[in-house]
Design a binder for this molecule. Structure first.
Ligand code: 4AD
Length: 591
C-alpha cells in the first residue's frame, strides 16, 4: 500500500510541474494583475478588469511562482489609485510559500482519493469472493416434523419445531449472525440465523420484503432482551421464496418517511406494509366487526343496498354521474332512501356500504369514496334517535378498546401524542341557534360575502373551520341539533311548532369535526311532494321512496357515519386518507 501511495504522489507532482511549465511560458508575455484594494482571489482571473487580491492568489491560479505579476497597492487615505508595479521580492517569497502549501494540499487530496478507490476495489473483490464461496454452501432441510403456523399462533407453539412463511420486515447482520424480523400480517416474529445458515448466498444477499420459509424452534427470550411477543425463532433451515430487489429499486428507496406525499400515494400498495398503515387497517377491521356486534345487540339487521342508482340524496353538486346502458345513473351518495324502504319488511336496518361524493373540497376530512355506516329506525322520536347514536358509538368503541391487541395498536398510533380518551356520556346537546351565539361570543368569525370576515348569523351553514374550532375548544363530542330547513336536505322533518328548523343532528368530535349526520324523516306523503318541488327535484324517479308514505307510513329516522372520520378521531390520524385502504380524492383514483 505504501508503495502504491508514493507512486501516486510522484504522479501528482509530475502533473503539477507539467502544468506549471505550460503556464509559465505564457506568463512572460501576459502579466497577471493584483489589486490589493479591489481584487478577489476567488472570483478574479488576473486581468485588469478582474484582478486577484494577493500575489499568492495569482501564483495559485497558474500553479507557478514564475509568473509575471503586476501589483497595485491600496491607496492611502485621501490619495488616488497608484500605478501597476512589478511584485516586490518579499511579496513573491511569501506567495511562493502560499503556493507550496496549496500544492501539498492537492497532493494529499489526490492520495486520499486513490486510497479510497484502491480500498473500495479491494473490498468489492473480497465481497465477490465471499459471495462466490457462499454459493457452495447448500442447506439440507432437517427431516424432523415442523408444524406450519401463522405468526399469531407463535406463542402457543413455543418449544416445538415450526414452519413459517412470511415477508422480511427488518434485517440486521451482526457478528456473523443474521437477525430477521418476519411479518405475515398476523404478527411479527424475530428469527436468528447463525453458523452455516447465515453464510449462505441467500442469507448474505437477503433484502427487505423478500419472502422466505423458515423452520426452527421458538423460545422465550431471557430477561433484558426484547423482540415482538418476547420470543425468538432459532432457525435450523430456511429458503427464499421470492427475493425483493436491492440497490436503486430497494423497498426503502420507494417508501420512506421523507418521500413526497404524492409518491407515497402512488406507492400505497407498498406503504400498507408499514407498521403504522397496517395498524390503522387492523383497527379498521376490528371497528367494523364491533359495529356489527353492536347492531346485533341493538336489533338492527344488515342489508346491502345498490351502489348504482338514479336518485340523489345529498344534493346534485356532489353526484358522480355515469352512463348506464344509455341512461343517466349515479354512484350512490348515501343508502338512506333504500334503508327507509326496508323498515316495513325487515324492521330496523343498517348497512356498511361505500358512498361517493364528487367533492370539490380538498380537505383532510373529505374523500371521493368513503365507507358509510348507515342505520334507520322505525317508530322512534328525535330523542330516541340521539340516544341510539350515542349507544351505538360508545358500545362499539368500548368493545374495541377492551381488546388488548387493539388497545396496543391504538396506543402505538397515538405514540407520544397522548392517549385516546373514550367519550363520556351523555354527549353534549347543542341547539344550532345556541351554536351561532357561542361562536360569536368566542370571537369565531366566518368569511363574509366578499371574503371579509364577520359575525355568524342564524341561517349560516357553519364552515368546517369554525365548527372544528368550537368542537376543539369544548373538547368533547357534541350533538349539534335543529338546523334551519334551508341548509339541510329535502327529506328532513320539521320541528313541530318551529317549522323553519328541522329535527336534524350532526355529531361533532374533537380534532375531526362532523362524523355523523342524521335526522328524522318526513313521513307525510304530500309534505314530501312539496319538498321535491321546493328543491326542484322531479318526483318520478323517487316513486318507490314516496310510496313509503303511502303504504303504511311511520315516524322514523336514521343517520350516516363516515368510518374513516371515526377512525381519524380514534387513531389520531391527521387525515381520513390514512384511514382508507386505497383512498380516492380529487384527482386520485390510483392505485
Ligand atoms: O351528512 P351526510 O351527507 O349525511 C347523509 O349522507 C345522510 N343521507 C346519511 C343518513 O342519514 N343515512 O353524511 C354522513 C356522514 C358524515 O357525517 C361524514 O362522517 C361522512 O358521512 N361523509 C364523508 N366522509 C368522508 N368524505 C366525504 N366526502 C364525506 N361526506 C360525508
Amino acid at each position: 500500500m505504501a508503495e502504491l501511495l508514493s507512486k501516486a504522489k510522484d504522479q501528482v507532482v509530475e502533473a503539477l510541474s507539467q502544468a506549471t511549465a505550460a503556464v509559465s511560458l505564457g506568463a512572460t508575455s501576459d502579466a497577471l494583475y493584483v489589486d490589493e484594494a479591489t481584487g478577489d482571489d476567488k472570483t478574479g482571473d488576473g486581468t485588469q478588469a478582474k484582478p486577484f487580491k494577493t500575489v499568492g492568489g495569482a501564483f495559485i491560479s497558474r500553479l507557478s511562482d514564475t509568473v509575471n505579476v503586476l501589483v497595485r497597492q491600496a491607496p492611502a487615505e485621501g490619495q488616488t489609485e497608484g500605478d501597476w508595479l512589478a511584485a516586490s521580492a518579499s511579496a513573491k517569497k511569501k506567495a511562493t510559500k502560499v503556493l507550496q502549501t496549496h500544492k501539498n494540499k492537492l497532493v494529499k487530496q489526490e492520495e486520499a482519493r486513490k486510497r479510497d478507490e484502491a480500498e473500495g476495489e479491494a473490498r468489492r473483490a473480497a465481497e465477490l469472493k465471499r459471495l462466490e464461496e457462499a454459493k457452495a454452501i447448500v442447506l439440507e432441510e432437517p427431516k424432523e416434523d415442523a408444524t406450519k403456523i401463522k405468526i399469531r399462533q407463535a406463542v402457543e407453539h413455543r418449544g416445538k419445531r415450526v414452519r413459517v412463511f412470511a415477508w422480511v420486515h427488518r434485517l440486521r447482520q451482526q457478528g456473523g449472525m443474521t437477525f430477521v424480523v418476519l411479518r405475515d400480517g398476523t404478527g411479527y416474529l424475530q428469527c436468528v440465523l447463525s453458523g452455516r445458515l447465515s453464510q449462505t448466498y441467500d442469507a448474505l444477499t437477503l433484502t427487505l420484503e423478500s419472502t422466505i420459509q423458515i423452520t426452527g424452534v421458538i423460545n422465550q427470550l431471557p430477561e433484558g432482551k426484547t423482540a415482538p411477543d418476547n420470543h425468538e425463532l432459532t432457525a435450523d433451515w430456511f429458503a427464499v421464496v421470492g427475493k425483493a430487489p436491492g440497490g436503486e429499486e430497494a423497498f426503502l428507496n420507494k417508501v420512506n418517511e421523507e418521500a413526497d406525499p404524492s409518491l407515497l400515494a402512488d406507492s400505497r400498495h407498498l406503504v400498507i406494509r408499514g407498521e403504522h398503515a397496517s395498524a390503522v387497517l387492523k383497527v379498521r377491521a376490528a371497528l367494523l366487526s364491533s359495529f356489527r356486534e353492536s347492531y346485533a345487540n341493538l336489533g338492527l339487521l344488515e342489508v346491502t343496498p345498490p351502489c348504482m342508482v338514479q336518485t340523489q340524496v345529498e344534493g346534485g353538486a356532489t353526484l358522480f354521474a355515469f352512463d348506464y346502458y344509455g341512461e343517466q345513473a349515479y354512484l350512490t351518495q348515501s343508502s338512506q332512501l333504500y334503508l327507509e324502504t326496508c323498515l316495513p319488511s325487515l324492521g330496523d336496518v343498517f348497512c356498511v356500504q361505500e358512498s361517493f361524493r364528487a367533492e370539490k373540497s380538498h380537505t383532510r376530512r373529505h374523500l371521493s369514496e368513503y365507507t358509510h355506516i348507515e342505520g334507520e329506525l322505525a317508530f322512534i322520536d328525535f330523542n330516541d334517535l340521539l340516544n341510539h347514536i350515542e349507544e351505538l358509538i360508545c358500545q362499539t368503541i368500548d368493545r374495541v378498546l377492551a381488546d388488548p391487541k387493539m388497545k396496543e395498536l391504538i396506543d402505538f398510533l397515538w405514540g407520544d401524542k397522548g392517549r385516546f380518551e373514550p367519550p363520556t356520556r351523555p354527549f353534549m346537546r347543542m341547539d344550532y341557534r345556541d351554536a351561532i351565539k357561542w361562536l360569536n361570543e368566542h370571537g369565531i368569525t366566518r368569511p363574509g360575502e366578499d371574503g371579509v370576515e364577520g359575525e355568524h348569523v342564524v341561517g349560516d351553514d357553519i364552515a368546517e373551520a369554525a365548527e372544528r374550532k368550537m368542537t376543539d375548544m369544548i373538547g368533547r363530542p357534541i350533538f349539534l341539533i335543529n338546523f334551519p330547513r334551508e341548509i339541510k336536505s329535502f327529506y328532513m322533518s320539521r320541528i313541530p311548532g318551529d317549522e323553519g328548523y328541522t329535527e336534524s343532528v350532526d355529531l361533532l368530535m374533537p380534532n375531526v369535526g362532523e362524523i355523523v349526520g342524521g335526522s328524522m324523516r318526513m313521513n307525510d306523503h304530500d309534505e314530501l311532494l312539496e319538498a321535491y318541488k321546493r328543491e326542484g327535484i322531479s318526483p318520478e324517479p323517487y316513486y318507490w321512496y314516496t310510496d313509503q308514505r303511502k303504504y303504511g307510513t311511520s315516524p322514523h329516522g336514521g343517520y350516516g357515519l363516515g368510518l374513516e372520520r371515526l377512525l381519524a378521531w380514534l387513531l389520531n390520524r391527521y387525515t381520513v386518507r390514512e384511514c382508507s385502504l386505497y383512498p380516492r380524492w380529487t384527482g386520485r383514483c390510483t392505485p
